[in-house]
Ligand binder design. Structure first.
Ligand SMILES: [Zn+2]
Ligand SMILES: [Zn+2]
Ligand SMILES: [Zn+2]
Ligand SMILES: [Zn+2]
Length: 511
């Protein structure tokens, strides 16, 4: 994908309406439009509340797909087949379009049907034909992986035949050949989606059971879409909610410094320029973790395993390919006091099963990390005012060992903020001292996120909710730049969530 004109940072490059998605891990979102908040969820009455919609209209629009999936939901078949569910939905959505290209009906064997479907003569560019043309790397996959996907595809084909009216409805007379073709199409779709599928995220409410709906929690709202004061931080949780097929976005090649920033608004996907892009420059997406979030060797491994290529983008071929990432992992040695970046095990605190240890590269001494253990112990007692005071002190003391925007320090900031707000939600009383300390820590965390992900990222906005609650309580005075910047970042939220954030801003921040 090449830019035909120059693009400014944050300018919208293109928007794509997804033709096809499935909720991740059986999440209860509208199956038609991917709305996730749902003030009056309308269920399918037949499949035991496993499928819901935001309106009767959405349920109606989705009926031609769900008629073939309802039985699979009832049998709990879709939870265990991963990407093959999206592959099935791609088939259900597009097959009626695809078979229109067949020369004449019912007079072909499996091989001819396959040829005519997969290598269509039509040159028009409908979304359904774009989906058919996506590349797949399944032929390069290890055998056990291929067998797994083939079994899933055949399972679904058998299900369609034995439990639904799929074959009769599409008037597929010569069953045996069509069985083969349908299973092969699902398998091919799965292969395409393994390298072309995307995942969409959204802000969802913290610690809400998956069968509950945000707008149906009376304790949080003063009226629909208007939160009570101090409740915005409940929306600090980012989760993956959809597996989604985006043929247009899939056209972008990979680079470890993506020129795109993608935001999800239900089925609507917006792609913004991540930085200035000159006319004639290629526009890249990033298929793996980007260069600020991973070592180049980890990325290469992942790209090779899934996408079957090695990356030679500008960030990967430079002499110090990992410099940006390692900047987020700088420590000061407890013994020789020099600064260092551990050689192995950079994210040691996330690996609960390993022995937690890192070594100074200057003096080769293993670090004791007593400050880390003490911090964790204090985190357990956020509800006690005296222990909270010690916790703030311990956080300030981390500056001795964790330099700049060290990832561990950012992670501990997040734990501290979450822990203290949870204590407050549970009834702990906060003094002005608490608010002042929390303000500082949240601002530090936000600055770190801005450096790593940018201040329009969903991660930034989700963590800014804590600061906005402090402002709403009158416990933090935002500076002249902070407020307009946060207000304008709401533009990157999904429409339904944006409405809640804008209302909150108008109700409590800038009355
Ligand atoms: Zn809907
Ligand atoms: Zn159903
Ligand atoms: Zn690269
Ligand atoms: Zn040392």
């Amino acid at each position: 994908m090449i830019a035909t004109t120059a693009l400014k940072k944050d300018e919208l490059i293109f928007t794509e309406q997804a033709q096809c998605f499935v909720p991740i891990e059986q999440r209860l979102i509208c199956q038609q439009c991917a709305a996730s908040l749902l003030c009056a969820p309308i269920p399918c009455p037949a499949c035991h509340q496993r499928v819901v919609y935001c309106s009767r209209n959405c349920r109606q629009l989705h009926a031609n797909i769900h008629i073939y999936e309802c039985g699979a939901y009832r049998r709990n078949l879709l939870g265990m087949i991963g990407v093959s569910h999206l592959a099935l939905r791609l088939l259900l959505k597009h097959l009626p379009e695809w078979i229109k290209q067949l020369p004449t009906e019912n007079s072909h064997n499996a091989k001819e049907l396959w040829q005519a479907l997969v290598y269509p003569a039509a040159t028009e560019d409908s979304p359904s034909l774009q989906s058919l043309r996506m590349i797949t790397q399944l032929h390069k996959a290890p055998q056990e992986e291929l067998v797994y996907h083939a079994l899933c595809a055949n399972l679904l084909q058998v299900y369609l035949f034995s439990c639904t009216s799929f074959y009769e409805d599409l008037k597929m007379a010569n069953h045996t050949d069509w069985h083969l073709v349908i299973a092969a199409l699902i398998l091919r779709n799965a292969g395409q989606l393994l390298v072309n599928g995307h995942v969409g995220n959204a802000l969802v409410i913290h610690a809400l059971p998956s069968n509950e709906f945000p707008l149906l929690q009376p304790a949080m709202w003063q009226r629909p879409y208007h939160l009570k004061r101090g409740y915005l931080h409940k929306f600090s949780n980012r989760e993956l909610i959809t597996a989604i097929n985006l043929p247009l976005l899939s056209l972008c090649n990979h680079a470890c410094n993506p020129s795109l920033r993608t935001t999800f608004d239900g089925c609507m996907v917006n792609n913004y320029a991540a930085f200035h892009i000159a006319a004639g420059e290629e526009i890249f997406n990033c298929y793996s973790l980007d260069y600020k979030h991973s070592l180049s060797e980890q990325r290469q491994q992942q790209l090779l395993e899934i996408y079957k290529f090695r990356c030679d983008c500008s960030k990967c071929v430079r002499p110090e390919a990992d410099a940006d990432y390692l900047n987020f992992h700088r420590y000061r040695c407890e013994l020789c006091k020099q600064s260092f970046v551990p050689k192995v095990n950079l994210n040691w605190w996330q690996q609960s099963d390993e022995i937690l240890s890192i070594c100074c590269t200057a003096c080769d001494q293993t670090q004791q990390l007593t400050w880390y253990d003490q911090f964790l112990q204090l985190l357990e007692r956020c509800d006690e005012p005296r222990d909270r005071r010690k916790l703030y002190e311990a956080f300030a003391a981390l500056n001795t060992w964790l330099l700049e925007f060290n990832s561990l320090k950012l992670s501990l900031a997040k734990e501290l903020i979450g822990g203290c707000f949870a204590a407050k939600d549970a009834g702990a009383t906060f003094a002005d001292y608490d608010y002042a300390e929390l303000s500082k820590i949240i601002e530090f965390e936000l600055a770190g996120i801005a450096a790593q992900r940018g201040s329009n990222s969903l991660l930034y906005i989700s963590n800014a909710t804590y600061l906005l609650d402090l402002i709403a309580w009158g416990k933090h005075k935002a500076n002249a730049k902070q407020l307009p910047a946060m207000r304008s970042s709401f533009a990157f939220l999904a429409k339904e969530t944006r409405e809640i954030f804008v209302n909150y801003y108008n109700d409590f921040i800038e009355q």
